[in-house]
Design a protein around this ligand. Structure first.
Ligand SMILES: O=C(O)CCC(=O)CC(=O)O
Length: 258
């Protein structure tokens, strides 16, 4: 059973009459992770960045959460804003929400861009361990390890300010919200629903992504969604930050229907 929707904290920018793109982030992030995309995308889109439940400025209802709950929050937000259809771009957990919407509410989407994400995590011990760590000590002690998977070592060494900001974002996440979201990822399995996704789909993966490696995660999604296209960037898990120069035009062109 899914929970009642919560009102999502969001930032809504760009021309009011432009096509709408929604940007949805990863576990432990806030809508600030999309800062590199805001300038370029607002030149041609109304850009709505969201914090999922348990994250950033959004409410933190009691867990466990399910991806269907996060998607229900999104539908409620689109209804509130009077938006029939939007282009979706989500990274990791945000991509999972996009896949759920793509199969269960495709009439609300014009396109899907799925970045560094997965339709299932076969090794659930990753999540059991993460849940225990956060239950024991909160998000602060795991922040550095989590962020070590977000950027390649070379890029991280050249951008210590970005790495420090990302670590502060994870450390500043609600412990309850993070843990309840890990519980959603622990049971997430959308593999059987991928063929039901009928909206045009672009999958962006990072060749050095250790959290959701191209094989098998991106490959399973591309093989499962009819007509889906794969682009692999030289990046780790947060490819939209590390390779913003390549990721942002790919996101824009796909959302524009090209
Ligand atoms: O980033 C996500 O939304 C889920 C995958 C993940 O937890 C990445 C990581 O911390 O390794």
């Amino acid at each position: 059973m899914t929970e009642s929707p919560v009102r999502l904290h969001h930032v809504d920018e760009g021309p009011r009459d432009a096509p709408v793109i929604v940007l949805s982030g990863s576990l432990g992030s806030t809508l600030e992770m999309w800062r590199p995309q805001v300038g370029p995308l607002t030149e041609r889109f109304r850009v709505i960045r969201i914090d999922h439940r348990g994250h950033g400025g959004s409410p933190v209802p009691p867990g466990p959460y399910r991806i269907a709950d996060l998607a229900g929050d999104v539908i409620a937000l689109l209804d509130d804003l009077g938006l029939e259809q939007v282009a979706w771009c989500g990274l990791s957990m945000g991509g999972m929400v996009g896949m759920h919407l793509g199969s269960e509410a495709p009439q609300r989407l014009t396109s899907l861009t799925l970045c560094c994400t997965s339709s299932n995590f076969p090794d659930t011990t990753v999540w059991a361990d993460r849940i225990k760590a956060v239950a024991d000590g909160g998000t602060a002690p795991i922040a550095e390890t989590v962020v070590s998977r977000w950027f390649t070592p070379g890029w991280a060494a050249e951008h210590p300010d970005v790495v420090a900001e990302a670590a502060a974002m994870v450390a500043g996440s609600s412990d309850e919200g993070y843990l309840a979201s890990c519980q959603a990822l622990e049971v997430w399995d959308h593999r059987d629903r991928l063929p039901a996704i009928s909206v045009p789909t672009l999958v962006i993966a990072g060749s050095a992504d250790l959290s959701t490696p191209v094989e098998p995660h991106a490959r399973t999604i591309v093989d499962g969604i009819p007509g889906a296209r794969l682009e692999v960037l030289e990046a780790a898990h947060l490819a939209t930050i590390e390779r913003a120069d390549e990721a942002t035009p790919l996101i824009a062109e796909h959302a524009a229907g090209r």
